[in-house]
Ligand binder design. Structure first.
Ligand code: PMP
Length: 410
């Protein structure tokens, strides 16, 4: 029998998806940014590490040494425990301790990048309708991770961390179940919370009794200013021990070693980590054993020197971008100078829409960036955009900014 497939009605998949899929949608901007494949476009879009900075040599050597040793190869290619490879877990606990967050390996769960950490934390804390308090704007990937758990978002109102009682009352009225923040060099704004804002955020979380997720993805990429204690460090300092803290810190080796290794972690009180281990087990059992062993070998030697190099390169790129913005941007455009990370956040004069500007920039200026609107959980500010300087050398940053400024000037 020959069936003409054109006559068959397609399955009505949409009717079968779970209710939670209503909040899961593709981003228009990703579609637009597919144009980036074209080689003559200068891209400030991808918030990703410069591949020239990957420690490919040490990574290659680590794989070779592990696989060249019978006993290690047998371990590396086998399943492992959901908590994570012991030596790497210990290294992370020691590193967190040195960064002001005294903890034990049992306070650490290895995850497939910090993106999976956000998914697991959403699963752990969020019922449908639960209010998640986020910065305005915030990391789009966190919204995407949490969306599967059908939360209701609440932007941190202006003034809530600087003593504005009305703003604090607005937060209280929404009864947050969770707070999510990127206190150091946030994606997308590059902004860091001041020490006073961090303390105020902890005060707010304490008084309304909700847990905090601290996303420390860029924390190690400071190239200017003074280090500020993490939220978790301040939380431990005020409560005496990580077991009494309400903050869960998400870390990652993606920005410092390589995102392809997919090595991230959650560090927090054991009572939460133990539940997260069960979720990790149900989700994907564990992070790749060999990648954890490789990562451990690579970070065990010369990691701080490597970080110094990254900071010098990203700092140089950031300075090039800030100088180019000063030189070329027309009046009415403002931006925030970062002290670390990969991003500069631009605000355009009110009438200019970031997405419309991107459409023209790709065609007329051969420059790409990410419009700001998708980074807002509530009421997007369309006249914003995110520029990343991590992928281009200073001369091309200058040229890209010049072209973009020309277009905005029109
Ligand atoms: N958090 C933030 C703020 C990020 O910018 C990113 C990467 N874009 C992640 C988490 C996730 O990174 P990974 O899963 O590679 O650790």
């Amino acid at each position: 029998m020959i069936i003409d497939t054109q006559d068959l009605a397609p399955q009505d998949w949409a009717a079968r998806f779970s209710a939670r899929m209503a909040g899961i949608r593709a981003s228009e901007i990703r579609e637009l940014l597919k144009l980036l494949e074209q080689p003559d476009i200068l891209s400030f879009a991808g918030g990703i590490p410069d591949p020239a900075l990957f420690p490919a040599g040490p990574i290659r050597q680590a794989y070779a040494e592990i696989l060249g040793d019978g006993a290690q190869a047998a371990q590396a290619l086998q399943y492992t425990v959901s908590e994570g490879h012991g030596p790497l877990r210990r290294w992370i606990a020691e590193r967190m301790t040195r960064d002001g967050m005294p903890c034990e390996p049992e306070n650490v769960l290895l995850t497939a990048g910090s993106q999976q950490a956000l998914d697991l934390l959403g699963k752990l804390f969020l019922d449908p309708g639960a209010a998640v308090m986020v910065a305005r704007p915030t990391y789009l990937g966190a919204l995407q991770a949490f969306n599967a758990y059908q939360p209701a978002y609440l932007d941190l109102p202006e003034g809530a961390l600087t003593g504005d009682k009305a703003a604090q009352a607005a937060v209280e009225a929404r009864k947050p179940r969770l707070g999510y923040f990127v206190p150091d060099f946030a994606n997308p704004t590059g902004v860091s919370l001041t020490l006073a804002e961090r303390e105020a955020l902890l005060d707010l979380a304490e008084s309304l009794d909700f847990p905090l997720v601290e996303d420390g993805a860029y924390r190690e990429l400071r190239f200017g200013g003074e280090a500020i204690p993490s939220l978790l460090a301040l939380d431990i300092a005020r409560n005496g021990s990580i077991e009494a803290a309400r903050t869960l810190f998400c870390g990652t080796l993606s920005k410092t070693l390589s995102p392809a290794l997919r090595i991230g972690w959650i560090c927090g009180p054991k009572a939460a980590i133990e539940k997260l281990v069960l979720l990790k087990q149900g989700g994907d059992l564990h992070v790749s054993t060999i990648n954890q062993m490789v990562a451990h070998r690579v970070v065990s030697e010369g990691y701080d020197q490597h970080l110094g190099n990254l900071r010098a390169v990203y700092g140089g790129q950031a300075r090039a971008m800030l100088a180019a913005l000063e030189r070329h941007m027309p009046a009415g455009v403002s931006w925030i100078s970062p002290e670390g990370g990969m991003f500069v956040w631009l605000t355009l004069p009110g009438g200019i829409d970031g997405k419309a500007l991107l459409e023209r920039a790709l065609v007329d200026a051969r420059v790409a960036f990410v419009p700001g609107a998708p980074f807002f959980a509530e009421a997007p500010a369309a006249n914003t955009l995110r520029l990343s300087y991590s992928l281009l050398p200073p001369e091309q940053i200058e040229e890209g900014v010049r072209r973009l400024a020309g277009l905005i000037g029109e």
